[in-house]
Design a protein around this ligand. Structure first.
Ligand SMILES: [Zn+2]
Length: 272
C-alpha cells in the first residue's frame, strides 16, 4: 500500500514537471523519485512557482536536482540585443515539418500545455530530426528583444533520438484574432488537470508560424526547474498575433509564468 502511494506521488510529481520539460504527461523515471522520497525528500519542497518563497530566485535551493537553476552558466531565457547578435554566416539550417494533426491539452498548473503524439510533426536542425513533444505558452514572454517583452511567448519543445532538446520560440503580440489557435482557445482548461484531453479539432502548427524566416540561435536551458542545460534554442524574430481577448483569456487562467532573463555570460547569439 505504501509503495502504491509512493508510486502515485511519484506520478503526480512527475506530471508536475512541466513547462519547458519535454516529458509532458509521460511519467519520467518514477523509480528515481521513489528513491529520493525514501531518502527523506520532502515532496512539497519541489513544488516550485513563479512568486514568493518558491519563485525563480529560489528554484536552485528547492531541490538538489534543480542546482542548474542557480549554478548554471547557460541559462534561459535571455534578452537578445539585436546589436550584439553575431552576423557571421551561419551553418545552422532549420527545416520545419508540421502537419494537420490531433493534440491533447492539459493545464498543469504552470502553463497550458499541448501534447503531441504524432510522428509527423518535427523540425530538422543541422541535419538532425527533432520530434515535437509538446508546446506551451508563457505570459509575459520569457525572452526579450532589445529589452522588450511581449504579452505571450510560444515554446515548441522538440527532442531528438539522443533525447537532446531543441525549442522553437515564437513571440506573440496583440493584434488580430489568431484563428489557428481558436479551437485550442475555445477549450482552454481553466483548472489544473491531471490528465490531458484530446482537442476537438486538429491543428496545423505550420499555419501558426510567422512568414519571415529570420531566426536567432543560441545554447540555453529549460526555463523551468530543473533548468537543464544543453538546450538548443531557435527564436523567430517576427512575432505572431493574437487578439486582446485571446491574450486575456490565457492570462485569466495563468496570470504570470515567466522566468526573468538570465545572464548571457560567454555565449554567442547567432542569426541566420
Ligand atoms: Zn517554456
Amino acid at each position: 500500500m505504501k509503495l502504491k502511494l509512493q508510486l502515485l506521488s511519484a506520478v503526480l510529481f512527475t506530471t508536475a514537471l512541466v513547462a519547458c520539460s519535454p516529458e509532458a504527461t509521460k511519467t519520467v523515471e518514477p523509480v528515481i523519485e521513489i528513491e529520493s522520497q525514501e531518502e527523506g525528500h520532502d515532496l512539497q519542497a519541489t513544488n516550485w512557482s513563479y512568486t514568493g518563497d518558491t519563485g525563480p530566485e529560489s528554484w536552485g535551493e528547492l531541490d538538489q536536482t534543480y542546482a542548474s537553476c542557480v549554478n548554471g552558466s547557460e541559462q534561459s531565457p535571455i534578452n537578445i540585443e539585436f546589436s550584439n547578435v553575431a552576423t557571421k554566416d551561419m551553418n545552422a539550417t532549420l527545416g520545419i515539418q508540421y502537419e494537420q494533426t490531433s493534440f491533447s491539452v492539459v493545464n498543469n498548473g504552470h502553463t497550458i500545455q499541448v501534447d503531441n503524439s504524432s510522428e509527423t510533426n518535427k523540425i530538422t536542425l543541422d541535419g538532425t530530426d527533432y520530434r515535437l513533444v509538446q508546446f506551451h505558452f508563457h505570459t509575459p514572454s520569457e525572452h526579450q528583444f532589445n529589452g522588450q517583452q511581449f504579452p505571450l511567448e510560444l515554446h515548441l519543445v522538440h527532442q531528438n533520438d539522443k533525447e537532446e532538446l531543441a525549442v522553437l520560440g515564437v513571440m506573440i503580440q496583440e493584434g488580430v484574432e489568431n484563428e489557428s489557435l481558436s479551437s485550442l482557445w475555445a477549450g482552454l482548461p481553466k483548472e489544473k488537470t491531471t490528465d490531458s484531453s484530446l482537442m476537438n479539432e486538429n491543428v496545423n502548427l505550420q499555419d501558426l508560424l510567422p512568414k519571415e524566416p529570420a531566426l536567432f540561435y543560441y545554447e540555453g536551458s529549460l526555463t523551468t526547474p530543473p533548468c537543464t542545460e544543453k538546450v538548443r534554442w531557435v527564436l523567430l524574430e517576427q512575432p505572431i498575433e493574437m487578439s486582446k481577448k485571446q491574450i486575456e483569456a490565457f492570462q485569466e487562467i495563468i496570470p504570470h509564468n515567466s522566468r526573468p532573463v538570465q545572464p548571457l555570460n560567454e555565449r554567442e547569439i547567432n542569426k541566420n
